[in-house]
Design a protein around this ligand. Structure first.
Ligand code: UD1
Length: 426
């Protein structure tokens, strides 16, 4: 597997552009299954999770073409309702094909999804939504089999505003006659992007109040083109890179309202932020200040995906910061890796971490434990004195498009060492 060699210590300065959102494009690609025609996705990020999702679409019978960064999916000939176990296990969002296939093929046979190992990640809310709509589901050790035997619109009350369950509820109800209501639906910007995409194709979906979504069933969806929203998590990742290197970055292609839940912490760290039309400039101080307490929560609260990422600059802040993870049970695996750089972090349990800022970080040989945990380790290495080596970077490649190229363009010194080169060195 590839790894990164990072010469740390450079101040990051200049302009950097955010790619389109991974967590938007993946549900939208599943949504392409519903379209009896062509879906054109502009500015599609080049990520390994997108590649696997395209492979799933092809295995179902869709034709997929890539022209530069535009992806064209022709789903007219989709003729299969089963997805191989390998592809299902490669990522979490593969479960969204459950709702999409039920709408399109009236049946779906899937194994359980994979994704980052950050907690139990059950799918009970997905299945509850689908069964509430009247689909029949059989669950066994090998997976899930669902059929449409008289499914119809219904009110779905989610106990927790799960992102994936909301997306599956939408995808499985687009063609059901009457009005489906999702109550306590997730409010993440990626949900709105999926709704906008489906409406562009002819669906009738409305966000009627902040956490209620109404789907009026339509008979067909038609060819459409869509530009995916900017990746808010990548934007915050770049802000953390600036913060930890006392940098000065103009980050372009940013939707400011989407990153609003993250801005108070950068102010508290002492960063100077200047908003542009679709951009943000961050100027970090020489010494960061601690953030008293961060608690993750469902949007519009502090996003769990940025919890691990912000831990890295806090390792160098003046004072103690506390992070409480409320969404996932096991999202502190990166902390063991950050300690290899000399960070002082104590986890009193699997949900609470206290970070005591240290004067400096030193180079280390560390691992990516998951996608955002991997980003946290990379951010720490940017400030660490000396040359660090980061393994298992396939986790980072799942959600960041060639991140080393983006960061090197603003002053980082990161080399991707290909698997073959490593073998030669050994
Ligand atoms: C999505 C994002 C992920 C992000 C997460 C929370 C994608 C591809 N991934 O993941 O990056 O970290 O939202 O913002 O968009 N839960 C249940 N039962 C279910 C479903 C979820 O108990 O059926 C629980 C989960 O275990 C977790 C919480 O709900 O504790 C949030 O999960 P959810 O919002 O569903 O996250 P994902 O859709 O998996």
């Amino acid at each position: 597997m590839d790894c990164f060699e990072i010469k740390g210590g450079s101040r990051l300065e200049g302009e950097i552009e955010v790619h389109s959102a991974k967590n938007s494009v993946l549900p939208i690609l599943a949504g392409a299954v519903l379209i009896n025609g062509e879906t054109v996705i502009h500015n599609c990020p080049e990520l390994s999770d997108v590649k696997v999702t395209v492979d799933i679409l092809k295995s179902l019978g869709a034709k997929v073409k890539k022209e530069n960064k535009t992806l064209i999916i022709d789903a007219q000939n989709i003729n299969c309702s089963e997805i191989s176990c390998d592809m299902m296990r490669s990522l979490r969002s593969s479960i969204l094909f459950l709702g999409a296939l039920l709408s399109r093929m009236k049946e779906a046979k899937l194994s359980f999804p994979g994704g980052c190992d950050i907690g139990l990640r059950p799918i009970d809310l997905h299945l509850y939504a689908i069964e509430t709509l009247g689909y029949s589901c059989k669950i066994s050790q090998s997976g899930i089999e669902c059929f449409n035997k008289g499914a119809k619109s219904a009110d779905i009350y989610l106990d927790f505003p799960s992102v994936g369950a909301t997306e599956n509820a939408i995808l499985s109800s687009v063609f059901l006659s009457g009005k489906t209501k999702i109550i306590n639906a997730a409010r993440e910007p990626e949900i709105e992007d999926l709704i906008n995409f489906l409406n562009e194709a002819g669906a009738d979906i409305r966000i009627v109040s902040p956490s209620v979504i109404e789907i009026n069933g339509v008979q067909n969806l038609y060819s459409c083109s869509h530009r995916v929203i900017p990746d808010r998590i990548e934007a915050v990742t770049f802000m953390c890179c600036a913060a930890i290197t006392s940098g000065d970055l103009l980050i372009k292609n940013v939707n400011l309202s989407h990153i609003k839940p993250n801005l108070p912490q950068f102010y508290e760290m002492g960063c100077k932020l200047t908003a542009g039309e679709n951009s943000i400039r961050i100027k970090a101080p020489k010494k960061l200040k601690r953030v008293r307490e961060i608690q993750t929560g469902a949007y519009p609260l502090f996003p769990t995906d940025t919890q691990s990422i912000i831990t890295s600059p806090l390792c160098l802040a003046d004072g103690k910061s506390k992070i409480i993870e409320n969404i996932f049970e096991n999202r502190f695996k990166h902390i063991g890796e950050l300690k290899k750089f000399g960070a002082d972090i104590i986890c009193s349990d699997s949900r609470v971490a206290v970070i005591s800022g240290v004067e400096k970080l030193h180079s280390a040989k560390a691992n990516c434990t998951d996608l955002r945990g991997g980003a946290a380790v990379l951010i720490a290495s940017l400030a660490a004195e000396g040359t660090s080596l980061i393994n298992n970077i396939h986790h980072i490649d799942r959600g960041y498009e060639r991140i080393e190229e983006s960061l090197n363009s603003i002053g980082a010194d990161i080399t991707r060492i290909k698997n073959e080169e490593q073998e030669e060195k050994n």
